[in-house]
Structures are given as C-alpha cells and as structure tokens.
Design a protein around this ligand. Structure first.
Ligand SMILES: *[C@@H]1O[C@H](CO)[C@@H](O)[C@H](O)[C@H]1NC(C)=O
Ligand SMILES: *[C@@H]1O[C@H](CO)[C@@H](O)[C@H](O)[C@H]1NC(C)=O
Ligand SMILES: *[C@@H]1O[C@H](CO)[C@@H](O)[C@H](O)[C@H]1NC(C)=O
Ligand SMILES: *[C@@H]1O[C@H](CO)[C@@H](O)[C@H](O)[C@H]1NC(C)=O
Ligand SMILES: [Zn+2]
Length: 296
C-alpha cells in the first residue's frame, strides 16, 4: 500500500516537473515578446509625441516668443552640405519634416562632387533627390569653387565657405542654418570644414540676431547602424532639436537616396537599411558670440 502511494507521488512529481518546465519556457517566450512589443510601442509613442511638439521645439530654438498659432511658414531654413548626396544621407528626416510643416527650406551644396569627375551627373542627381525630398530647384544653390574641391584631403578655405554662407543668409534672410558638427557624421574633411566655418560665423556675430546655427549630432558606430531602434536613445539624450520620420517619410528618404545612381554601390543599400540617419536627426545649438561685432 505504502509503495503504491510513493509510486503515485513520484509519477505526479515527474509530471509536475514536466509541466513547470513547459510553463517556464512559454512564460519566457511571452516575456521576450512583451519586451519587444513594449519597445516598439515606445518608439511609436515617441514618434507621435514628436509630431505634436516639433513646432514648439523649433520656436524654442528660434527663441520666438510669438504666441500666435504658427503654421510653419515662419521657419526659413538653410541646409549647408558639402557634396551631392549629403542632403539625403544625413539630413533627410530634417528636410522632410520641415517641408511637411510648410517651412521654406533651401539647400546650399558647396561642391559638385567632382572627385571622380562625375560633377555634371551628380549635380543632376542632386536636383532629382531634392525634388523627391520637397525642395524645388529654385531653392538649391550648388557652388563650384576651385578653392572648395570635393576631396577628403583638401583643406577648404574657411573664409570662402563663410562668405558663401553669409551671402545666402543675407539674400534670403534665413532664421536657421543647419549643418554638420565637428565630427562631420562620416568624418569627411569637407564636412568638418563647413562646421568650422559656421562656428566662426556664429562666434563672430556677423549675421542678424534672429538667425540660429544648428549642428547635426554625430553618433557612434553602434547607434549609427541600428536603424529606427536607436530612436529612444536620441529622444532621451538632450538635444535642442530632434526630427523623426515614420514609414512614409522613410520611403521618401529612400527614394531620394536612389536618385544618386552614380553612388549606388552595394554598401549604399546597407546604409539605406541600417542607418539611423534615415529616420532621425538630432541637433545641438552652435553657441553665438557677441552680436554685430566685426572680427574680420
Ligand atoms: C529670448 O528672448 C527673450 C526676449 O524675447 C530674451 O530676453 C532672452 O534673453 C532670449 N534668450 C536667448 C537665449 O537668446
Ligand atoms: C500661415 O501664416 C501666414 C501668416 O503668418 C498666413 O499668411 C498664411 O495664410 C498661413 N497659411 C495657412 C495655410 O494657414
Ligand atoms: C501646409 O500648407 C498646406 C497648403 O497651404 C496645408 O494644407 C497644410 O495643412 C499645411 N501644413 C501644415 C503642417 O501647416
Ligand atoms: C582664403 O581665401 C582668401 C580669398 O578668397 C584669401 O585671402 C586667404 O588667404 C585664403 N586663406 C587661406 C588659408 O588659403
Ligand atoms: Zn559628404
């Protein structure tokens, strides 16, 4: 009799153990799914929140105290890049969001991208890419200056870059200038030269009071290539402006990338798929120096 009960308990324990193992496995799968789902939901929340707050943060950047309902046409932005394709590789989320808000967006590209003697073709590709992003040809300026060659080994003359930018600001009275930061996203010397020039402009106070200067934050390798999964990190870290696009905007950015046919090597497709710059841009303010003080 006793042995009978012992055997029964043993069998019962064994099946309990089996059930527990299965339950734990199922639970951990559910838990993992929950974590993934929550993370994606968080990204979605950030995206929708951003859509509502972007105008507010733009106003904050411009320090405009006007309380009237703003419809975006108050923002006149100049994007300064070094080469055809910089605009869609690095600035697509910014351009797409600003155009969506009806801001007036201009592009100043400081070279024709003539490193491999493809200048003429790349210039046309730039026009196509900008049309895709929503910048009309009349709002694009492409320089072809012998002191500003497309060459990672060439030192660009800072004062030439400065005067090109100042000329644009004066001609169209922009109130925001957006460009690379000191690491130039990809570290290209031409990108960094533009940053130096803009820093100089900001510090020397040569331009009007109501123009602010913003630099595109360069992120590390890991953050750079985890696509939209990087979004919460960008959102949590302090920045003065954040531009985020959703799947619709991404399609537009991708179409713009595909306009640069001469640049479409296999690694470009990897970039389109994995780069965080296809979804989100964050900017820092470049500090401005004393106003109306001519330094040179
Ligand atoms: C923003 O504007 C107000 C006046 O409108 C001024 O007092 C304040 O100093 C400005 N802030 C910055 C950071 O320029
Ligand atoms: C946007 O605001 C400007 C004035 O600031 C006004 O002239 C224009 O009609 C407005 N546009 C829309 C679409 O509301
Ligand atoms: C931009 O302008 C168009 C037409 O002028 C208008 O329909 C649209 O609502 C505007 N968008 C924003 C975000 O103000
Ligand atoms: C930059 O160009 C200006 C004229 O455009 C020239 O005066 C200056 O010497 C140049 N600077 C350098 C470092 O080459
Ligand atoms: Zn470039």
């Amino acid at each position: 009799m006793f042995f009978f009960y012992a055997e029964l308990i043993h069998v019962w324990l064994l099946s309990l153990h089996g059930w527990l193992t299965v339950t734990v496995k199922i639970m951990s799968i559910y838990l993992a799914a929950l974590v993934v789902f929550s993370y994606l939901a968080w990204i979605k929340c950030i995206y929708y929140r951003h859509r509502r707050t972007m105008v507010k943060s733009l106003k904050h950047v411009l320090n405009s105290s006007s309380s009237r309902e703003s419809n975006g046409s108050d923002f006149r932005a100049l994007i300064v890049t070094a080469h055809p394709d910089d605009e869609c590789m690095f600035f697509a989320p910014t351009i797409i969001r600003l155009v969506e808000l009806n801001a007036s967006v201009h592009l100043l590209c400081l070279s024709k991208g003539n490193y491999y003697n493809q200048g003429a073709q790349r210039q046309q590709e730039l026009l196509n890419s900008c049309a895709t992003l929503g910048i009309p040809a009349s709002s694009i300026t492409i320089l072809d200056h012998k002191k500003l060659p497309d060459d990672p080994k060439a030192e660009w003359n800072i004062s030439v870059v400065c005067s090109a930018i100042v000329q644009q600001i004066r001609a169209h009275s922009f109130n925001m200038v957006l460009t690379f930061d000191g690491r130039g996203v990809s570290g290209h010397a031409n990108h960094i030269a533009i940053h130096k020039a803009v820093r100089h402009l900001a510090a020397s106070g040569q331009v009007t009071d109501d123009c602010c200067f913003l630099s595109l934050v360069t992120v590390g390798l890991l953050r750079k290539y985890i696509s939209f999964l990087e979004l919460p990190i960008s959102w949590l870290l302090p920045s003065c402006l954040c531009c985020i696009i959703g799947s619709q905007g991404y399609k537009q950015a991708k179409a713009a990338m595909l306009c640069h046919r001469s640049q479409l090597l296999w690694f470009r497709y990897l970039y389109i798929t994995f780069s965080r710059y296809m979804f989100v841009n964050t900017f820092q303010m470049i500090p401005q120096g004393p106003k109306n003080l001519k330094i040179y």
